[in-house]
Design a protein around this ligand. Structure first.
Ligand code: KIV
Ligand code: ZN
Length: 516
């Protein structure tokens, strides 16, 4: 039988540590459901001791997700371990992940302790976690810059105390594939009780080697890899799940292992994480980038047309990539039945209400755009699902602008109580005017810090997709909107970001009112 490599996804914990990323509990829940669908073995849902919001999200995910194990991260102190257990214990197969630094530089300058004390803290906190839970992971942070003998000793102690997985983090992305493989081999040879635990690796991408280091470790015997979707995470990010998984699948001949990941869900998962975090995917990104399976040069196109494998090592269908612009799937005369069937083929499972909203948007788009392909359908579904959580709803937007005109916008919103609010404003450009008019109605303090627009498909009638980031009440909120009119798409993106901000504020108010 082929050995399995478990995929431990930390998008919701290390991924959320990406600068500028702040996910709401409902974003996290949506990602967790998609990770479950993807077949992730263990989802690290957060760091329960760090904030009430994180605790609540980890607990809600542990309660709801049944197809993946849910892990929480904990510092090596009793309060953090206890909080972690309280959050994950409602899950079907909870895991407590304890970490503590092992490198001299961290021990001396950050922890300001001696090595014996640190060793004892690690042992004691793993024992405490093991008293609660049969599945305990331990990570010696900054392992790749640590004294190796000390790491072996620490691993031996924590395994004896009950750790069932020992994770070797390359915390600052310092190691190289050959060196890391040798380290894993040495751990297997030098830690006497290593057969009682699974070896895991957690690689950061500071030198662009996170995936290569993870694969080298797998070749050397690691049987769990920690990843983030799209490679997001602290600084330069973590090993990208989609790259690790597709490398294992494509090079099974060399690596000799497999994962439980349903690779057809990779593209959808990547897109969702990009949508909710506001971190866009560069076109040349391996596996999920928009150019990843496009061929430009004549000789490549010629080869692929004759036989796909001449220049393609993976099939786009295995990644779940939507069909490109060449294939027209639906048009103006398509009915609800065909629309629903195509969405189902693409893997969407919508409720009747969601389907009705998406179908209306499809009909509106079909009036403006002759050829609607899978990328348009994805944009429609993402847009309609986003607008399901509205506090304020955009009812109407109109602008007047030009090189001899002062940009002016009129907007009409439906307020939470159902009343209609309209206002108008001048701006330096049409988008500025729209945002000012919306601000006059919604009245929440915020600052726009990012604005990106890209086209969903080719052609002059393509939909524009706008992604923005606004900062307010100490957090950052992403908003997205799609439309054939980029001013309307910009208005939708702004409403999406403001609605997120308003729901977080509402939740925080409720937390303050109910706290003792
Ligand atoms: O990078 C790191 O060392 C971590 C640990 C908490 C595993 O994220
Ligand atoms: Zn990390």
């Amino acid at each position: 039988m082929v050995d399995k490599v478990l995929i431990f996804d930390t998008t919701l914990r290390d991924g959320e540590q990406s600068p500028g990323v702040a996910l709401t509990t409902s974003d996290k829940m949506e990602i967790a459901h998609q990770l479950e669908k993807l077949g992730v073995d263990i989802i690290e849902a957060g760091f329960p001791k760090t904030s009430p919001g994180d605790f609540e999200a980890v607990q809600a995910i542990a309660r709801e997700i049944k197809g993946s194990q849910i892990a929480g991260l904990a510092h090596a102190n009793p309060e953090a371990v206890d909080a972690c257990w309280d959050a994950v214990k409602v899950g079907v197969a909870p895991r407590i992940h304890v970490f503590l630094s092992s490198s001299d530089i961290h021990i001396m300058h950050q922890l300001a302790k001696d090595k014996e004390t640190v060793l004892e803290m690690a042992r004691a906190m793993v024992a405490r976690a093991a008293g609660y839970c049969s599945d305990v992971e331990f990570s010696p942070m900054d392992a790749t810059r640590s004294d190796r003998e000390y790491v072996y000793w620490m691993l031996e102690q924590v395994i004896a105390a009950g750790a069932t997985t020992v994770n070797i983090p390359d915390t600052v992305g310092y190691t190289t594939p050959g060196e890391f493989a040798e380290f894993i081999t040495d751990i297997r040879n030098k830690v006497p009780n290593i057969d009682k635990a699974r070896i895991s690796v957690h690689c950061h991408n500071d030198l662009g080697l996170a995936v290569a280091n993870s694969l080298a470790a797998v070749k050397a015997g690691a049987r769990q890899v920690e990843t983030c979707i799209n490679g997001i995470g602290e600084r330069a990010g973590n090993a990208a799940l989609e790259e690790v998984v597709m490398a294992i699948k494509t090079r099974r001949d060399y690596l000799g292992v497999e994962t439980n990941i349903k690779t057809q869900e990779l593209y959808r998962t990547s897109r969702l994480v990009s949508d909710l975090t506001g971190m866009s995917i560069q076109p040349n990104k391996a596996i999920v980038g928009s150019n990843a399976v496009r061929h430009q040069s004549g000789i490549h196109q010629d080869g692929v047309l004759k036989m796909r494998e001449t220049y393609e090592i993976m099939d786009a269908k295995d990644i779940g990539l939507p069909s490109g612009g060449g294939e027209i799937v639906l048009g103006k005369v398509s009915g609800r039945h065909g629309f629903k069937a195509r969405l189902e083929e693409l893997g969407y499972d919508l409720t009747e209400e969601e389907l009705s909203r998406a179908f209306m948007a499809f009909k509106e788009l079909a009036d403006k755009k002759a050829e609607i392909d899978d990328r348009d359908l994805e944009a429609i579904v993402a847009d309609k699902l986003r607008t399901m959580e509205e506090v304020y709803r955009l009812d109407f937007v109109q602008v007047a602008c030009g090189d001899h005109a002062q940009p002016t916008a009129t907007v009409r919103l439906v307020a939470p109580d159902g009343s209609i609010k309209a206002d108008a404003a001048l701006g330096t450009g049409p988008v500025d005017a729209v945002y000012r008019a919306i601000n006059r109605i919604v009245q929440v303090d915020n600052e726009l810090t990012e604005f990106h627009v890209k086209s969903v498909t080719e052609g002059i009638d393509a939909q524009g997709e706008v992604t923005i980031r606004v900062e307010g009440n100490g957090r950052s909120y992403v908003g997205r909107g799609a439309d054939t009119d980029i001013i309307v798409a910009s208005a939708k993106a702004y409403m999406n970001a403001l609605n997120r901000m308003l729901s977080v504020e509402k939740r925080q108010d409720a937390e303050v009112r109910t706290s003792p």
